[in-house]
Design a protein around this ligand. Structure first.
Ligand code: ADP
Ligand code: MG
Length: 689
């Protein structure tokens, strides 16, 4: 009786006109079963609902016309073998010329009425359509009169063929598509039945149909995704963790040179609850640049050491690891907690000494780069792993880190404010703490988007700031022809060197340093140190300063070719200045040609709120581009759009939580459970790639 899966999971060859060859072509589109075909949603629609009078056609509009063919199609062969056929049609309001290229077999009966759909242009003062779609009035299975789906295609598979295939799939599935969603949710969110959703999304009679269908399909997709995520996460939560003995965080706070912000207190409390609760902590700490995440990590490390254990803090670059060591040394000095540094460049003897210390199990904080997780490093006494700038680490490194310390608590820190929706998607397996408050007394960085014409004035301003004791960063990325290419480091260095030359000519008194990806770690260190010690006024850099160090006198950030960066990236660069008492500035030099591009940069001039910027960035560029050239790790959705369906995602997330609370194994919803298992295995597959 229940042949649902069989019907929907049947291979596409059950449909007429699908043989081996077609099947291969359809497979290329990711279509294997009837269900796949149903979920191959239109990317757009052609609106063929209303017929427009010929007299009302305007240049450039796409329209439907109903007219009588005025005379026989006249064909000409052009040199090169092309044929051009022409005729005209008329309705009671006017005449429309038709031109067809290479349609030798097209027949239009003189005196008969047809429907035409196409783009109108004015040619020699006359209205015409080139290569319109046409169909005699009253044809069977008419392609006119509604919204016609436009699908993603592949070679050999045309729109019409795919449309008829989807129609057949819909017929086949009729009466066999059972409702996987719980009744309460259908009522609560007024969702239409699945079958209706599929037929409306593919062959809607109106835009409202599309809306109704989308609502249901998007909800279902996101709901299943959230369920899958929470079930995976549920597994993680049952892992036992080292239960640390609780300590009052005041013991740590009271020895700080400043009072922690409310957000820092909250985050520390959340972490301490995890660390002392007996379950393994798996937490993401998100906070804008400068929000003081290091302090939260230090508090957690302190708790570990109070318990006679060790804490490990891992950073993506040596520079940053070193800075962590310095900061933590200062913060933990009142408690006589030693802080060691282990990087790739650490000499062998020093490395042995540090590892010996780590293996002895004495209370200790160990800072480092991914050298920490390589080879012979054993960290049996580590109770906590902190991963800073976690978005910079690949999934593989994160996994290796987990392997290294299977029992330790994890605190991941990220300065990239990620819109809440993406957090749910990317880090559904993590609990999240947010530092949504900057330490007091920070001045906003005044930000301006300017064109090439302002360069001279900008250089004058730069010289003036330097004369007054300020320092400046200039970021000059290599702008390649293909934005998808990973930047070539050699070319990048060449561009940066040339840039320094030009700047030096324009401003001969400046002491300029250069930092780029090709420099050895020690050399980078040397340049950076010179900048910190004010032996340099200006640091010209490719993007490697993205996670650079704290320089209080740096008051000016200039970004060349700013239109090539994502907003969130620019916001991070801007975060390098404004660390001290003085007013700081950020200039975004751009060659933006469109209003949209200029408006995008204006977002940064108007707000300093990293989360708001991230939301805008996501909305403007879509999730795929949000993380720039790096692999985003986002799952592909068939219909949901993370940029515009945020509200639905939140509803789906809450619903998933509620359902799992009453029925953790989805006993009552076998169909739903199957679906979720499928999503879970796909998600895991993508995230492990
Ligand atoms: P991020 O979140 O970018 O890692 P940091 O932890 O580096 O930020 O902190 C940025 C700066 O703010 C540091 O110089 C730090 O000493 C300072 N800071 C952190 N918390 C506070 C606070 N509560 N009050 C004043 N300054 C603070
Ligand atoms: Mg930091």
């Amino acid at each position: 009786m229940n042949d649902v899966p069989q019907r929907l999971n049947a291979p596409l060859t059950v449909l007429p006109r699908v043989g081996a060859k077609r099947l291969t072509q359809l497979n290329r589109l990711g279509l294997f079963t009837v269900a796949d075909l149903l979920s191959h949603f239109p990317r757009d629609y052609e609106d063929r609902r209303t017929v427009t009078d010929i007299a009302a056609l305007e240049d450039g509009m796409t329209a439907c016309v109903q007219g009588t063919v005025a005379g026989e199609l006249r064909s000409n062969r052009k040199p090169g073998g092309k044929t051009v056929s022409r005729t005209a049609v008329f309705d009671r309001t006017g005449k429309l010329n038709l031109t067809f290229f290479n349609q030798k077999y097209l027949k239009l009966e003189t005196g008969t009425e047809y429907l035409f759909y196409g783009k109108v242009d004015f040619f020699g003062g006359m209205r015409q359509m080139v290569n319109p779609t046409c169909e005699p009035v009253g044809a069977e299975n008419s392609q006119f009169g509604g919204l016609l789906p436009l699908y993603r295609l592949t070679e050999g598979i045309g729109q019409n063929f795919l449309r008829s295939l989807v129609r057949q799939a819909l017929e086949l599935a009729q009466g066999h598509y059972l409702e996987p969603l719980p009744r309460e949710l259908i009522d609560k969110y007024r969702l239409c039945p699945p079958e209706e959703a599929f037929s409306r999304i593919h062959f809607p009679a109106s835009p409202e149909d599309v809306q109704t269908a989308r609502r249901r399909l998007i909800f279902e997709e996101l709901f299943c995704f959230c369920l899958a995520g929470q079930r995976l996460r549920g597994k993680g939560q049952t892992l036992p963790g080292i239960a640390l003995r609780p300590c009052d965080p005041e013991g740590f706070f009271s020895r700080l040179p400043f009072a922690p912000t409310g957000a820092q207190r909250r985050a520390v409390e959340q972490c301490f609850a995890d660390l002392t609760g007996g379950r393994r902590m798996n937490r993401l700490l998100q906070g804008d640049v400068g929000s003081g995440k290091t302090l939260v990590a230090a508090a957690c490390a302190w708790l570990c050491c109070q318990n006679g254990r060790q804490a490990v803090i891992m950073a993506p670059t040596e520079l940053l690891a070193r800075q962590h060591q310095e900061t933590l040394t200062a913060l933990l000095a009142p408690f006589s907690i030693p802080v060691e540094l282990l990087c790739g460049s650490t000499p062998a003897g020093e490395r042995r000494r540090i590892l010996g210390r780590a293996e002895s199990g004495e209370p200790l904080v160990l800072c480092g780069t991914h050298a920490l997780i390589q080879g012979d490093v054993e960290l049996p006494a580590a109770a906590l792993m902190v991963v800073d700038e976690q978005h910079r680490f690949g999934v593989a490194q994160r996994a290796a880190l987990g392997q290294k310390s299977l029992h330790a608590h994890l605190l991941a820190m990220s300065a990239t404010p990620i819109p809440r929706t993406l957090t749910l998607i990317l880090y559904g397996d993590l609990d999240v703490s947010v530092l949504d408050e900057l330490p007091p007394g920070r001045k906003t960085v005044l930000t301006y988007a300017i064109g090439e014409d302002k360069r001279e004035g900008l250089y004058g301003f730069l010289q003036k700031q330097v004369d007054e004791g300020g320092q400046a960063y200039i970021v000059c990325p290599l702008v390649g022809d293909d934005p998808l290419d990973e930047p070539d480091e050699a070319a990048e260095r060449k561009a940066a060197v040339a840039y320094v030359g030009q700047l030096q000519t324009a401003l001969p008194r400046l002491r300029i340093g250069l930092m780029h990806g090709r420099l050895k770690a020690a050399e980078k260190e040397r340049v950076m140190t010179a900048f910190v010690q004010k032996e340099l006024d200006v640091l010209v850099s490719t993007t490697v300063i993205e996670v650079g160090v704290n320089v209080p006198d740096a008051v000016l950030m200039i970004v060349e070719n700013a239109d090539n960066f994502g907003l969130s990236q620019l916001h991070q660069l801007r975060g390098r200045v404004g660390r001290g008492e003085k007013q700081s500035y950020c200039f975004l030099l751009h060659h933006a040609k469109t209003d949209a591009a200029r408006t995008r940069l204006q977002t940064l001039c108007k707000t300093n709120d990293g989360f708001q910027i991230a939301e805008t960035d996501l909305r403007l560029r879509g999730p795929g581009d949000f993380f720039g050239q790096r692999q985003s790790g986002l799952p592909g959705f068939a219909i949901a759009d993370l940029a515009s369906d945020m509200n639905v995602l939140e509803a789906a997330q809450q619903s998933a939580q509620a359902v799992l609370q009453t029925d953790p194994t989805l006993e009552r919803w076998p169909l739903l459970r199957d679906r979720v298992e499928e999503v879970a295995s796909k998600t895991l597959a993508t995230s492990l790639n």
